[in-house]
Design a protein around this ligand. Structure first.
Ligand code: SF4
Length: 173
């Protein structure tokens, strides 16, 4: 039977490890999409990308990399730089990355996509679902559930994945 395909927006390898595992176990054929113009500086963006490449190699799945468009991202969150983590800047940040993922899904003919963002303990899944609801093909997955975060720690250790100590942008460092 032909597997169903899904584009998985990948914020980082540790979050993709458990999210991807769950999707694969549910019978999805996954393609990782690393689209994270929010990450600063570029060296950190590349370090997280290296780890995503490692994960894709382990699983033998395709990884597609978006360009690092931090200038564009800064314009998108302008005026919200001083917000606390979890506030309006983060909602705009989610929207920025989800829109690019939705566009990529459409371009490549994927009828389903989702995001690893819901794994983050400080990221409100309902807010993410609400923002993503305007994009056709988005499938709600709350990867925090089923012990998701602890499983990502376990898998990151097993695979030797880099685990960062801040969310991503310069304001969260
Ligand atoms: S703290 Fe994280 S989610 Fe919020 S704007 Fe920065 S990178 Fe995006």
């Amino acid at each position: 039977m032909k597997k169903k395909s899904i584009l998985l927006h990948t914020c980082c390898a540790p979050c993709a490890s458990t999210s991807g595992e769950r999707l694969i176990n549910e019978g999805w054929d996954i393609t990782l999409f690393y689209s994270n113009s929010n990450i600063y500086p570029e060296t950190e963006y590349l370090k997280r990308l290296d780890s995503a490449v490692k994960l894709a190699d382990i699983w033998k799945v395709t990884l597609i990399t978006d360009s690092w468009d931090h200038e564009q991202w800064r314009k998108y969150v302008k005026g919200y730089e001083k917000e606390q983590e979890g506030g309006n800047r983060c909602s705009l940040c989610f929207e920025f990355n989800l829109r690019r993922t939705a566009d990529k899904a459409k371009e490549l003919g994927f009828t389903a996509f989702t995001t690893t963002l819901t794994l983050g303990p400080y990221k409100n899944s309902k807010v993410i679902f609400n923002i993503a609801s305007v994009f056709p093909g988005f499938i709600e997955y709350n990867f925090k559930k089923k012990n998701g975060f602890n499983r990502s720690v376990e898998l990151s250790r097993e695979y030797g994945l880099y685990r960062q100590n801040y969310c991503g942008c310069e304001f969260s460092r």
